[in-house]
Design a protein around this ligand. Structure first.
Ligand code: ZN
Ligand code: ZN
Length: 318
């Protein structure tokens, strides 16, 4: 069982036992960046570094920042299954055109913005290394590929783990949790078969066509739950820093069960630091897909988060 540390008290306890050389993983979907993301991805890691430094340790953390660009770009809402994992008609952030029109994709647009928020880490902690990696770039790693392969080839089993643990619903006929994108229409709406020697067959329901080729000839998508385990298999982090919104649907339990299923043993040595949920003007947690999400200057976030035992922080726009 991996250990969980909650909010400020957890952060303080962790800082007492860290060596200052650990690998810290924080990740997000590259399609927005609000105060809640800034808290878990920059402010909490920074506060942790400050406390460890306070023990007269030179902090040499490795920040592993990952962009989940192979997640599907829009969770489809269904009234029967509020958390339905339907994938019809969707594509990934990597394959979504930039809505602002200035970059090669939605993912690339947000990566630039998010990277800028880490400048403060470089200034205040020159010995902390920050690496940014897209999940699409991890596909070439054997450990990552193995989790993708197992997800594609054991869809029902993986779906059952998720459904039993967090109650996510699946549409009639089951729902894939990973696969190829159609080379013609770019959508995830199809059936994928991947073999051990990395040959891929994909049937697109939209184009009604079958495609075959080498693994590298396709783009891929993956649900965020198996994706978390695939990232851990590749990055072998010591600590994940995530927002408190993960607690609501038992997602840490899902991750644990998937790690067991995919035999990613490093997950069980992981520690989890959970940052407070950030709520906005309407009193509800900020969400990228909601209009009310906004950014708050880092110093304001640091001032609110430091010493706060609360599981939820509130901010109003400037
Ligand atoms: Zn852009
Ligand atoms: Zn197609």
């Amino acid at each position: 069982m991996s250990d969980r540390f909650y909010y400020w008290g957890g952060l303080r306890d962790l800082a007492e036992r860290m060596q200052g050389t650990e690998r810290l993983m924080m990740g997000c979907r590259p399609y927005g960046f609000h105060a809640g993301n800034l808290l878990s991805m920059v402010a909490y890691p920074l506060l942790l570094a400050q406390l460890v430094q306070g023990r007269d340790i030179e902090v040499r953390f490795e920040f592993q920042v990952s962009f989940n660009d192979i997640e599907l770009s829009r969770p489809q809402y269904s009234p029967q299954h509020p958390y339905c994992l339907a994938h019809y008609g969707l594509t990934t952030f990597q394959s979504t055109p930039d809505r602002f029109g200035c970059c090669s994709s939605e993912s690339v647009h947000w990566q630039k913005i998010i990277k800028d928020h880490y400048e403060v880490i470089r200034q205040r902690f020159p010995h902390i290394s920050v690496t940014f990696t897209c999940t699409s770039e991890m596909l070439g790693d054997t450990s990552f590929f193995d989790v993708l392969l197992r997800t594609v080839n054991n869809q029902q089993e993986v779906a059952a783990v998720i459904q039993d643990t967090c109650g996510y619903g699946f549409p009639m006929g089951g729902c894939p949790l990973a696969g190829a994108l159609c080379p013609q229409c770019g959508l995830a709406d199809g059936i994928t078969c991947v073999t051990e020697n990395q040959t891929v067959a994909f049937f697109c329901r939209v184009c009604q066509r079958k495609f075959e080729g080498e693994f590298g000839a396709f783009r891929y998508w993956m649900n965020h739950l198996p994706l978390g385990i695939a990232k851990e298999a590749h990055l072998r982090s010591d600590l994940w820093i995530t927002g408190g919104d993960y607690l609501g649907n038992n997602l840490y339990d899902v991750y644990g069960k998937l790690a067991r299923l995919f035999e990613v043993s490093s997950f069980f040595g992981l520690q989890h630091l959970i940052s407070p949920v950030v709520s906005g003007i309407d009193g509800h947690p900020m969400h990228k897909s909601k209009e009310d999400a906004f950014i708050v200057p880092l110093d304001r976030i640091l001032a609110s988060a430091r010493e706060s035992p609360l599981s939820e922080l509130y901010f109003t726009p400037e």
